[in-house]
Design a protein around this ligand. Sequence first.
Ligand code: FRU
Length: 497
Amino acid sequence: MTLAGMMACNDDKFSDIIPMPSPIEDNNGGEGEGGDVAASSRDEQYRPQVHFTPAANWINDPNGMVFADGVWHLYYQYNPMGNDWGNMSWGHATSTDLFHWQEQPVAMTPNQYGDIFSGSAIQDKDNVAGFGAGAILAFYTASGEHQQQCLAYSTDGGLTYTQFEGNPIIPNTDMPDFRDPKVFYHQESGKYIMALAKGFDFSIDFWGSDNLKTWKKLSEFRIDNNRCNIGQWECPDLIKLPYKDGEKYVLIVSTNPGGPVGGSGTMYFVGDFDGTKFTAQPLDYPLWLDGGADNYAGVTWSNAYEGRSIYIGWMNNWNYAGAVPCNPWRSAMTLPRELQLTELNGAPVVTSKVVDEIESIAGELTAATDGVCAGGDAYEMIVKLDPSENQTFTIGNEMGECVTVNVNPAAGKVILGRNSASGNVGFHGLFSIPSMSALYDTKADELELHIYTDDSSVEILSSDGLVAITSLVFPTVPYDRISGVEDVTFYPLKSVW
Ligand code: FRU
């Protein structure tokens, strides 16, 4: 990133974790556009075995997620030169099952307009933009002296990109934070819509286009609620989900700081979109997509088949992202999750479940003996609990390192505590968090929790999708057991590398 770009960003979080570039000595990362892909055994301490990580170097937000011609594309904020934030580029990985990822050469590196910040991609099947039927179009923020929206296109299945000669497609010289374009097609109006976040203005712009190249501002969404307007708004996504006999729109907005447990968090608003304007229905905002500390900047895949809304988030938090003890890579994505809408206590609530494709890495379902699953790296642990009973259990390893989970019917919450007992927390003062929580259905017959453990994370999701708590952990050896609950079954999860 250029110095001017850093200033334009107006973001303390970025300046905290610079200086950059700071190439790591043994950097074997991609070498820029068309560069080689790094090699790694991917068996270092804390290296996730079932979550996406790059072989080497820093990543943050997922970008440009599009399903095209049978391939799931995952681009991401990437520093090709080291494992600190900087030199923002789009790294690239592909998969046919959302779990086994093949790292591809870096897709875009900084250009004359600045660094390549976050954005989205669509497949232009009908050649609306004129770059060829089936071209993949990437919309991103170029962050240089100003943050402006740019377009690039790929005619080789998403591997390499050509910059559109009419860039920037949405110029900007006066707004300090104006970024993260998410584009989708709105069937009813026959228009393409772009959602854009305006940082500390606490608002989302909607722009519209017929040809994907010329864009016109349609409306602006903001909410008069101080609890939503603490951190800057970033990485929006507007998705349509079935609800009861009809459907509703959900606007996803990442905010930092001011998340559910401080630092980064992802809120959502439920309402209607008429092709021009999003109107949120009155609910008790902020509603959080995930009550944990470590699920940020997530959005959904474009063109997911069968109309699924498949989401992936950056499994980290700007409070300590630059310090997490991972080398030569830094950061992972969450497990991919399917989002749906359900009703709880008369109000719509977004639910999250790990996508069914996880079956591709699941071993045999087994009953745990005394809560012990058995010395592997990654598991899906399934516990069944009485939702009306206050109970506490731990998820940990043979060394006694663990996180604590309390199911608390009086509070109506599942609460996860992460402190020095969980493993290494000493790398940053903000990493210990006594209570991350998510609401659950206290009136259900049963509470079934699906707990996904990997070398450096715990994700707790409930079978009805209401609970989502994502937490990084850095134990000496991976968590492979639960103490304090009787009914535990598990699937060992096979490494995807
Ligand atoms: C969110 C974010 C985006 C920006 C990107 C820069 O984490 O701040 O708003 O585009 O990261 O890396």
